[in-house]
Write a new protein. Structure first.
Length: 131
């Protein structure tokens, strides 16, 4: 069984609230305070890693954001993971909690959170190929 995007988002937001004390309403809201923005970026990164087959624009809409914000969050968290081992461990732990919450089946995604190249949108791929 595969989770619907909304169900996965709820699961991620619940774990973000436990780990960072930022409510789902704050993550999905307009506030840009550092604590809220960092929690939002982490949620976006985990969502992307678990639902990587979905279009960036669709994922961003679930967070009430533009696709460029989603791309920025994914790149930012990816960079932080590669520079900070402690952050990487914390993120991996959070990822595990999301994927194993309530003994639910995986979403058809990567089994472990791996450090990999930032995702590039279809439009960026086209731009890169043209240059």
């Amino acid at each position: 069984m595969r989770l619907q995007p909304e169900e996965l988002l709820e699961r991620i937001l619940a774990e973000i609230e436990k780990a960072y004390g930022v409510t789902p309403e704050q993550v999905l809201g307009p506030k840009r305070h550092r604590r809220v923005a960092d929690a939002r970026h982490i949620a976006m990164y985990i969502f992307d890693r678990l639902y990587y087959h979905q279009r960036i624009t669709e994922m961003a809409a679930l967070f009430n954001r533009e696709r460029t914000s989603m791309i920025h969050a994914i790149q930012k968290i990816g960079d932080m993971r590669s520079l900070d081992r402690s952050f990487n461990r914390k993120l991996s732990n959070l990822y595990s909690k999301v994927t194993h919450a309530a003994d639910a089946p995986q979403t058809g995604s990567k089994q472990e959170l791996q450090t990999d190249a930032p995702r590039v949108s279809e439009g960026e791929q086209q731009t890169q190929q043209e240059t």
